[in-house]
Design a protein around this ligand. Structure first.
Ligand code: CP
Ligand code: NVA
Length: 316
């Protein structure tokens, strides 16, 4: 191993392109090994912590199962059971847990919390979703798009609906690999401006476009990949009525699907709300790849674990 990457995985934007390429190769190799029943105990004796301040099905179970498949052990740390919930500081918790664990996945609200963990912990910290971003999702989505479309260059991804954490990470991921991305999100629900500005610089370097608009019809025109996510993200429950009203014209339905390329695939990070952001007809239809997409969370996150947990300590 020659490349030295950052200790933590907090956002796609800060990852060098070779790291992303290496992850895509490793994830594909690990997927093949699992399929063929070839053992790949690359993390024997290592322990991963999982700290979730929001619910999770895919992220939690795929990290836990993945760690077991790699010969290591994963430990869920229920928030209510650890002293952090009684006011112990992130700094003390991170420094102590770094003496026991080889890495930790954190799902929380404020992105600043994972940044604080990364600063204080000497072990790798992996962002398992914050209000700002969901890098593990976007990285595994790159894997799915590559599998289904065979390339990134010239591919157009259209993201419709709430410009949320998943949208932010998809923008960063698209910019890194030179894939076009067009967003159709209502005013007030657009992706993070700093994320977009930074990604535009990266996209220009890699020959792709980032279009942020308010019209879903324009965004999906000639798209190869259609993507949407829930309208009411975790922590936004109080805004439910307003969100349902504003986002209603942004439903991914049969009519919108017709404006994309005939061989377009439909993606959704799940969990989904049929009848809200997407119709059952589209989500469960022949163009949907949602279950393959969810499967790839496992393979990509195993690659992330192998990459970060086998890096030498003491790097930036
Ligand atoms: N897509 C995703 O992260 O799902 P979970 O919330 O179930 O982990
Ligand atoms: N945007 C959603 C993604 C869930 C995986 C949320 O933050 O709740």
């Amino acid at each position: 191993r020659t490349a030295a990457f950052a200790k933590d995985l907090l956002d796609v934007a800060t990852m060098p392109r070779p790291q992303i390429d290496a992850l895509l190769r490793l994830a594909t190799a690990l997927k093949m090994k699992l399929r063929r029943g070839i053992s790949h105990s690359l993390l024997e004796g290592k322990t991963l912590g999982l700290l979730f301040q929001k619910p999770s099905t895919r992220t939690r179970v795929s990290f836990e199962a993945g760690m077991n498949q790699l010969g290591g052990h994963a430990m869920v740390l229920p928030m209510a059971d650890i002293q952090l919930s009684r006011g112990e500081s992130v700094a003390d918790t991170a420094r102590v847990l770094s003496r026991y664990l080889d890495g930790i996945v954190i799902r929380t609200y404020d992105h600043g919390i994972v940044q604080e963990w990364a600063e204080e912990a000497t072990m790798p910290v992996i962002n398992g979703l914050t209000d700002l971003s969901h890098p593990c999702q976007a990285l595994s989505d790159l894997m799915t798009i590559k599998e289904k479309k065979g390339r990134f260059k010239g591919v157009k991804l259209a993201y419709i609906g709430d410009g949320n954490n998943v949208a932010n990470s998809l923008i960063e991921a698209a910019a890194k690999v030179g894939m076009h991305i067009a967003l159709g999100c209502p005013v007030g629900y657009q992706p993070d401006q700093h994320v977009v500005d930074r990604a535009r610089v990266e996209a220009a370097r890699n020959g792709s476009d980032i279009e942020v608009g308010v019209d879903p019809q324009i965004a999906v025109k000639d798209a190869d990949v259609l993507y949407t996510d829930v309208w009411i993200s975790m922590g936004r429950e109080r805004e439910q009525a307003r969100r349902l009203r504003t986002l209603a014209p942004y439903q991914l339905n049969g009519r919108l699907l017709q404006k994309a390329k005939p061989d377009a695939i439909v993606m959704h990070c799940l969990p989904a709300h049929r009848g809200e952001e997407i119709t059952a007809e589209v989500l469960d239809g022949p163009q949907s790849v949602i279950i393959d997409q969810a499967e790839n969370r496992l393979h990509m996150q195993k690659a992330i674990l192998v990459q970060l947990l086998t890096q030498k300590k003491g790097r930036a």
